[in-house]
Design a protein around this ligand. Structure first.
Ligand code: GLU
Length: 512
């Protein structure tokens, strides 16, 4: 009995733009599967379509995987025993596969010009055909090595006439795709067309290069998006005709990530509309200059992104939602991937990000706060930042919000929010405030417990409710009604700063 081969999976993006989070999820599932089985995770850049090549896209993909902490074991940057890992650098490897198919009569040369192809399409559409395809019927009336005399075919090739190589799809045969998520998918070959395998520019198409490389790179499992399921029967036929059926990888086609409403694929427009990124990192379109937001730059934590993406289409047995990367690896199982599309749930994603933010060590948050403060022109003290962070951390959805939440600990509200103050002012407020100020000034240990008792005692003495005092205190200290508990805020701000801010009340009253 032969030993089971080592699991080898690949993420095979085309460098045609930024990586959509659907692509990131595909990469993640491949990564998790490889780790789960002690296998290798390979990055292969599928850049045979030169017309769709976008500069910067490959570097973007690498940087995104790196930021997320799921870098490949083999790939264009790392190298590996099966390189090169860019298809454009593997050109010389593909022709022998086309040749083998030609020799066995499973592929043929086609010389049709663009106009001739267009002509055929028009004729077919006019005659009422829904889809105009080059297939087992139409190929007989086109210019190819099945219809032209052999001598002419050879002469055309010798004379350097442009040609493509097409697969000869059989008529009316059942093609079975075994999919680890969907089970057996049976397709009648008459629904397939004679796809181009080799283009006139000397490059293979995706289909041929993909199959050749999966074979050459000893890929054991092809885990990819559902949009490739329609291509899978063609790939199965290619393995068969190339005599590689025995080493054909297993297929797993992942469900789509759907719009939050559940209809249709999640797009950049949905992200723009609902205010969340659909790309891992910021991306500037080199052609249009258009900027798209990334998860990294909008303050999401990489592990939170991995966590919520992992759960879009897959769920382990337990009902919980937070999993470390090691836990995801340990639990990941292709059989628990659902067939149905996964609705993108923004609230859940945010909730997951909050859990990771809350679990961050305070030093990390303090460091981030110092960086953001520096951007605002303030050199913040480390120990002070640590105290501030403890107060604001539970209010954070995103790392990027930390300065916004912490600002009041560095900058006094200026100008004071006049309208809000006026609307919260009760007849008793000035007297209450005055007493509180006196008591605070006398306080020796300026901690939140002592501050709290001062506030409570003052209110009790005057038989007043907190609403007569606290909103105004908040507005004077922070300029808004939101924020941490007033006494906690005061403790961190410190006596001197608190008195300074509260004393502004008198100045303000004189003015209004
Ligand atoms: N190059 C294809 C893409 O851009 C890869 C499809 C596959 O994984 O086979 O998605």
């Amino acid at each position: 009995m032969s030993a089971t081969p080592q699991v080898r999976v690949r993420f095979a993006p085309s460098p045609t733009g930024p990586l959509h989070i659907g692509g990131v999820r595909t990469a993640l599932y491949n990564y998790l599967f490889a780790r789960r089985h002690g296998g290798a995770f390979i990055l292969r850049i599928e850049d045979t379509d030169q017309s769709r090549y976008v500069p910067g896209a490959e570097a973007y993909i690498l940087e995104a995987l790196d930021w997320l902490g799921i870098s490949p074991d083999e790939g264009p940057a790392t190298g590996g025993p099966f390189g090169p890992y860019r298809q454009s650098e593997r050109k010389s490897l593909y022709w022998s596969f086309a040749e083998k198919l030609l020799d066995a009569g499973h592929a043929y040369y086609a010389f049709d010009t663009e106009e001739e192809l267009e002509d055929m399409r028009q004729k077919l559409l006019k005659s009422g055909q829904k889809a105009a395809a080059y297939n087992s019927i139409t190929r007989h009336s086109m210019k190819n090595s099945l219809t032209l005399p052999q001598a002419e075919v050879q002469a055309r090739i010798r004379n350097g006439e442009p040609y493509v190589v097409r697969i000869k799809i059989p008529r009316n045969e059942e093609v079975k795709v075994y999919d680890l998520i969907r089970g057996v998918v049976v397709v009648n070959s008459s629904t397939l067309d004679d796809k181009v395998l080799f283009k006139s520019d000397g490059m293979p198409t995706y289909h041929l290069a993909n199959v050749a490389d999966d074979y050459l790179m000893k890929i054991t499992h092809v885990i990819r998006g559902e949009e490739w399921l329609p291509s899978a029967p063609l790939h199965v036929l290619l393995y068969k005709y190339l005599g590689l059926e025995a080493v054909m990888p297993a297929f797993a086609h992942l469900p789509l990530i759907l719009k939050p409403e559940g209809h249709g694929k999640l797009s950049k427009r949905d992200g723009d509309r609902l205010g969340f990124p659909v790309f891992p990192l910021n991306w500037k379109d080199p052609a249009t200059g258009e900027l798209s937001a990334g998860y990294r730059e909008t303050g999401w934590l990489p592990m939170a992104v991995l966590n919520f993406l992992a759960l879009l289409g897959w769920h382990p047995e337990e009902g919980r939602d937070i999993f470390s990367l090691d836990e995801l690896i340990e639990k990941f199982d292709l059989s628990r991937i659902s067939k149905a599309g996964a609705k993108f749930d923004l609230e859940k994603a945010k909730w997951i990000n909050r859990q990771y933010l809350a679990a961050l060590p305070p030093e990390k948050l303090a460091q981030e706060l110092r960086t953001q403060a520096r951007h605002a022109g303030i050199e913040a003290d480390e120990a002070y930042c640590l105290k501030v962070v403890e107060l604001v951390r539970e209010r954070l959805n995103f790392l990027t919000e930390i300065w916004q939440e912490a600002r009041i600990f560095f900058v006094a509200p200026d100008p004071l929010p006049t309208e809000a103050l006026q609307s919260r002012l009760k007849p008793e407020t000035p007297a209450l405030l005055n007493e509180v100020l006196q008591a605070l000034a006398r306080l020796e240990v300026f901690d939140s417990a002592s501050i709290d008792s001062i506030l409570h005692e003052t209110l009790a003495r005057h038989q007043q409710k907190p609403a007569a005092l606290l909103p105004v205190l908040r507005l004077l200290l922070a300029g808004s009604l939101a924020g941490p508990a007033v006494s906690d805020m005061m403790q961190v701000l410190g006596k001197e700063e608190v008195l300074k801010r509260l004393k502004k009340f008198e100045v303000w009253r004189e003015k209004v």
